[in-house]
Design a binder for this molecule. Sequence first.
Ligand code: ADP
Ligand code: MG
Length: 630
Amino acid sequence: MALFQIAEPGQAQAPHQRRLAVGIDLGTTNSLVASVMSGSAKVLVNEQDEASIPSVVHYQEDGTVLVGSAAQAKAVADPYNTIASAKRLMGKGADDLSDTLFADRYLFDTDSGSLPAFKTQAGNKTAVDVSSAILQSLKNTAELSLGGELVGAVITVPAYFDDAQRQATKDAATVAGLHVLRLLNEPTAAALAYGLDAKEDACVAIFDLGGGTFDISLLKMQRGLFEVMATAGDTALGGDDFDHALAATLAEQAGITDLSDASQQRNLLNIARGIKEQLSDQTSCGFDIPLADGGSYKGTIDRDQFNALIEPLFKRSLKSCRQALRDANIEKSDVDAVVMVGGSTRVPLVRDRVSEFFGRTVLTDINPDEVVAVGAALQADVLAGNKPDSELLLLDVIPLSLGLETMGGLAEKVIPRNTTIPIARAQEFTTYKDGQTALALHVVQGERELVSDCRSLARFELRDIPPRVAGAVRIQVIFQVDADGLLTVSAIEKESGVVASVDVKPSYGLSDSEIEQMLTASMEHASDDMLARALQEQKVEADRVVEAINSALASDGDEHLDSDERTVIDQAIGDLQTARAGDSTDAIKSAIAKVEKVSNAYVERRMNATVRKMMAGKQLADVESDTSDT
Ligand code: ADP
Ligand code: MG
């Protein structure tokens, strides 16, 4: 998705009116909150003096909810009631439980509606519930530290999050009583933290290696446009994998063979994680592993040994980097800055190898675990109105056109692609049949002319439309896309005021490469599409003509036509229906002309009869009004 900057007028605030706003990095492994204070963004610490908290929630039997380190401390003893990595399930359905991370670690309830829920002793909890508990805790930290109520937060999400995942994130914020100023892509936040948006034409790589996921994003800043050129990554690569590799080695060294116990396994992983983190600062590390017989195993491991263990894992990230460069169609040398994001980029091997790969020193000045929250805080400060007018505001554009299906399976674009959001657009539609009282609306996304070539987003119906002749009813359809790219479509019938609306939360979004594909297809098929559209339009016209003439014939055909005349008209209608079934636009066009020609006299007679009736009526009315005047 592309981003671009505009100045938001009238948002300046006097300094004493400073509004409290925060940026939140809601991570898979760790979460943190930051805010701009005295001109610079700082991460806020909680009462335990922690800048970042584990994204872990523990549910107790009495309903008490523990968040962060307190929850993490329960993970070994009570794994089922201690939920970690819930972000992976945000906006996902029951099918996505096949993710091994979840399948063999938690108990699930998939019966209650479509959202899968973790079974805990305090009841079923969805990923939204878990995220909401984390957000609530960060909100408390911020309000305590800033000394007031927050006006809102900018929450970051991975660039590849689809509408359902973004909506789930917003829902979690709502449940936590947190106003979302906007959702911001994590790589964009990191680029903002380094002020890279100020560099015209700059091409930036954001290398984000977290706890369980790896993302590489290539952004380009162009004429005020911050565009995501490509994203790639590995949803099963992160610091956790380093922990597993190291834990296996530790177990081997300590002679532990039985790894079936979940608590024991968790314990070993915790030790491994501690060693790994120390090895980022020192070249060797001693350790102590408790054994089943009550004793313990003491050993040391050095950085080179650790590097050898993680080398094959790390290499997978470079594969994704090559993929992203290919997708963006650029060379390594075109990249002007490489930003390190995520706790795992503290590992020296990672920094060295990524620098080597891109041929330039990677940016690490801003703490890689904090850089996303810092960027989000800068953005929140602007959105809350704490910056003078001259400050710029990042806005997204919609990547693909949004529209409605019209008669004949044609797609009518309501909001064209690349329109800046938020946006609202209205368009009028009408009924197709006489007396039609309901309208089926089909919301589609894409650049192609035929609905069958576009992506279906939602269907809904507008009912209780007052019955009128075809074309007389005016229905206004409004498309609204909010700042987070979420679409609401509503339809209102002007005369009666009946309304219907739908929020579009498609369960699966499109990746950048799919969007690219749809755009390429629309260009490749442009001329075919125009021909297809012309044919469909002619077919719709044919249906309209047949419908109109048949309904006229049914009402007064016998009155105005003798049987020979009727035969000629019926023959022409039959020919038109045959032509309509074929795929020649011209044949349908001439068949329509034929029907119109042979029914000319009939239409004229009907018209005269109607005029006669109207005149008679008018005279009667005039007489009545004359009498009432006297
Ligand atoms: P996420 O974005 O998934 O929430 P983070 O960016 O917070 O994750 O990264 C968490 C990962 O970073 C964990 O695997 C953690 O062990 C690792 N990590 C944190 N500090 C260090 C360090 N000093 N050296 C190596 N790895 C670290
Ligand atoms: Mg992260």
